[in-house]
Ligand binder design. Sequence first.
Ligand code: ZN
Length: 313
Amino acid sequence: MREQVYIREVGPRDGLQMAKIILSAEKKLEWCKAVAAAGIREIEVTSFVPPAVLPQFADAAEVARGALLIGDLRPSVLVPNLKGAEIALALGMPVIAYVVSASEAHNLANVRRSTQESLADFARIVAARDAAPGPRAILVGCIATAFGCTIQGIVSERRVSEIAERYAEIGADEIVVADTVGYGDPGAVRRVVKSVIAATSPRRIACHFHDTRGLGLANVTAAVDVGVRAFDASLGGLGGCPFAPGATGNIDTEDTAFLLEQLGFDTGVDLNAIVAVRRRLEEWLPQEQFSGAIARAGLPKTYRVGRGGSSGG
Ligand code: ZN
């Protein structure tokens, strides 16, 4: 039995927030269904931001509702504040993600308030979750700009673990360490993730890397080395942040799954199927930049799922 590593597809949220075309809710759900059919069980399907800020997500409730109907899928939504969380809770979303930037300047640009105020709002979200009827939603606390910030520059490693600790004290079930602008490197990833694990164990830790400077997959390997078993990734490497100038896409879902399988882990991902979904996406979003080596070069002939296993080709 190979150890499992979880990949959460964040393309429908992170990948689309800077896209030039507004994709229909129907296509977004088709994307989610196809990704789920290719073996990915977690998808961040949308963001409950005001449509005036990001018109791409004006259909957030419709997409969230549709995603709840996809079998074998545990959809999550991103919420910027209590109001967004209340909508998500009312819809019955099983996983709700919230973001605080480790960089004060990025937090102000992103949600127009201090990190302290953002954490206070997270406490209100926890209270709303605890008071909500029905199954208990999992609250994910994301720490953006955990390795540096395009606005502020240096973000101290200590500050990241302090925010992680606060998240855990307040009631986060999972912590995501996010390199929003691609400043991380394997050494920093090892140090920061280790201290976040120490501050928040036994909660699940996930990493969210952007490949802005080409170190995305090296950072995945570093995070795996220190015990991380969950990663955010985006099909075709789509993505960016509207408030982080020069930001590019997330690490590529296909390449991330390939790397993790080659490292001997079970991602559950059918690589040929996931590349086929990406091809469809390229047709839908012709103006976007797609990255990824596996889609370009194909799987090596020597590739075997689970080293000598069944499908995968
Ligand atoms: Zn991101």
